[in-house]
Design a protein around this ligand. Structure first.
Ligand code: FE2
Ligand code: FE2
Length: 196
């Protein structure tokens, strides 16, 4: 991707801010910052990380009606309609980012798609992992274990991804919530990949 200068990033930031409440926009700014930090540590393109982090939750406040319309319009798998915002704002959110913001870099769009579900170790690029982890670890996060998760991720991005998948799965199961199959698949894949 071509280098994004400060001016372009500021213009993009303004457009993202218009689509989000203040607290969520501030989260996006922090994810962008943390993604840049992780990108530098892991030899990932810093510009792509900054942009993907900034836009990752662009569609989080889109209405159910508009998500359902977008699934049809973009020709996405109709099974998606059985899920909700938690899955839509990543998978369908990428379509809003493409259509509204004109971002067509496939690497950025994939990082947005995978940021809530994760993916297998073969599927996830360095950028995908950086955005996935930045969303979890940005400086505003303060869940129990966040410091441990930051330290693990500083040592190994892959171990960080596995930590997040394991903890998210057990958190959701603990609350007796439905878990998206892709997240299970990702967890099993990383468990086999890292534990062997
Ligand atoms: Fe998100
Ligand atoms: Fe987020």
């Amino acid at each position: 991707m071509a280098a994004v200068n400060e001016k372009e990033l500021a213009a993009l930031s303004k457009r993202v801010g218009k689509n989000l409440s203040k607290h969520r926009f501030e989260h996006c700014l922090r994810v962008s910052d943390y993604a840049v930090k992780l990108a530098k540590q892991n030899g990932v393109d810093v510009n792509q990380a900054a942009v993907a982090g900034l836009v990752h939750d662009y569609a989080k406040e889109v209405s159910k009606k508009d998500f359902l319309k977008k699934i049809d319009k973009s020709g996405l798998n109709p099974d998606l309609k059985n899920w909700g915002n938690a899955v839509w704002h990543g998978v369908v959110g990428a379509e809003f980012i493409k259509d509204d913001l004109g971002i067509d870099d496939p690497a950025i769009l994939q990082a947005v798609r995978l940021h809530t579900t994760g993916g297998t170790h073969k599927e996830m690029t360095g950028l995908d992992k950086v955005v996935f982890m930045a969303d979890y670890l940005e400086e505003g996060r303060d869940f129990p274990g966040v410091e441990e998760a930051r330290q693990i991720t500083d040592k190994s991005l892959d171990q960080g991804v596995f930590y997040q998948l394991a903890h998210t799965l057990s958190f959701l199961a603990g609350k007796e919530k439905v878990i998206y199959p892709k997240t299970f698949e990702a967890y099993n894949d990383w468990a086999m990949y890292l534990k062997d």
